[in-house]
Ligand binder design. Structure first.
Ligand code: PMP
Length: 326
């Protein structure tokens, strides 16, 4: 679907996957007006196909567009485009557990020119690809590197938008994490390098206490972290399961101390791609600790099973999250 100033949205098409031709002076290549989303279509227990909260992806896409001075795609158009593509690609939706058809909606500027200003034309597309589990080898706790040299986002910046530049800025830290033997980066706040924000493509949750009395805590939306759809769904799901929930600031000091005195029992990451993944080990320039036992914890696994059961259509969808397509 294209957008042109004065004309609005036009020319929706469903076409086979093919390379694009790009003008060397395409404004996206120079000024980075590029935003995207990520969602999955899941085969349901009854054989039908459904996506999870696509309206939430559509709303976040609009928020990203506003931040990058791009046009907002109507929510219904986004959802309808998802439906059209998934129907077309229905044969590619796997039926094995934890597998899905990954959908990548994105939008970028198509105007040709070298002046720094919002472009006057854009294209919105969705591509799809069958996806297996994010981390090979099943539920295996990941190790994380607390990045103190680099920041992903600062107040007033683009951290809450899902724009390409945020990921470009994160790659050098991801390489640093890998060099330190860690799987993922944990981003800290820009001002004090002490408040935990999120991971490269996932939000974070901390489990305080144990069993029925556990409280699940996730860093509050500071404006510098992505408001994850899995994160928001888990606040609801955790409450359904009887856990207390909190959105608040949580520091690396609290994490380290809480881990040592046993108040923080589990930590996990969550996102569309990774679902729920336990964090097993933490490293920084000055510290190195194992989270709890280092093994996937019971609260983490209970939330994971509950979310997967909703997404796979094995348990009733009491919140109306599943959007049946075919
Ligand atoms: N943070 C970042 C930086 C991400 O890229 C993602 C993936 N979209 C998330 C968090 C998790 O968001 P969601 O649950 O909507 O996939």
């Amino acid at each position: 679907i294209r957008w042109t100033e004065g004309l609005g949205w036009h020319d929706a098409q469903l076409t086979p996957y093919a390379p694009l031709e790009i003008d060397p002076a395409n404004m996206t290549l120079h000024y980075g007006q590029s935003i995207f989303e990520g969602l999955k279509a899941y085969r349901q227990a009854d054989g039908s196909i459904a996506t999870f909260r696509p309206e939430a992806n559509a709303a976040r896409f609009q928020a990203s567009a506003r931040r990058l001075a791009m046009p907002e795609l109507p929510i219904e158009t986004f959802v309808e485009a998802v439906e059209l593509l998934v129907r077309q690609d229905r044969a590619w939706v796997p039926s094995q557990p934890e597998q899905s058809l990954y959908l990548r909606p994105f939008m970028f500027a198509t105007e040709v020119g070298l002046g720094v200003r919002p472009a006057n034309s854009y294209v919105f597309m969705i591509i799809s690809s069958p996806a297996g589990a994010y981390f090979s080898g099943g539920v295996k706790p990941v190790s994380v590197w607390l990045s103190e040299d680099y920041v992903r986002a600062a107040p007033g910046g683009t951290g809450a938008a899902k724009c390409a530049g945020n990921y470009a800025a994160s790659l050098v830290a991801q390489a640093e994490a890998a060099a330190k033997g860690c799987d993922q980066v944990v981003w800290l706040d820009a001002a004090e390098h002490k408040w935990v924000e999120e991971m490269g493509g996932m939000n974070l949750y901390f489990v305080l206490g144990e069993g029925e009395n556990a409280t699940v805590v996730t860093p509050e939306l500071s404006g510098a972290l992505l408001p994850g759809i899995t994160r928001s769904s888990l606040l609801t799901l955790a409450a359904d399961l009887g856990y207390a929930t909190e959105e608040r600031k949580i520091s690396t000091d609290e994490w380290k101390r809480g881990n040592a005195d046993g108040t923080i029992t589990e930590v996990f990451a969550c996102g569309t791609a990774a679902v729920i993944t336990p964090v097993g080990h933490v490293k920084s320039a000055s510290a190195d600790w194992t989270v709890g036992t280092g093994e996937p914890g019971p609260v983490t696994m209970r939330l994971r099973e509950s979310l997967l059961a909703i997404q796979g259509g094995q348990t009733p969808d009491t919140h109306g999250w599943m959007h049946t397509i075919a």
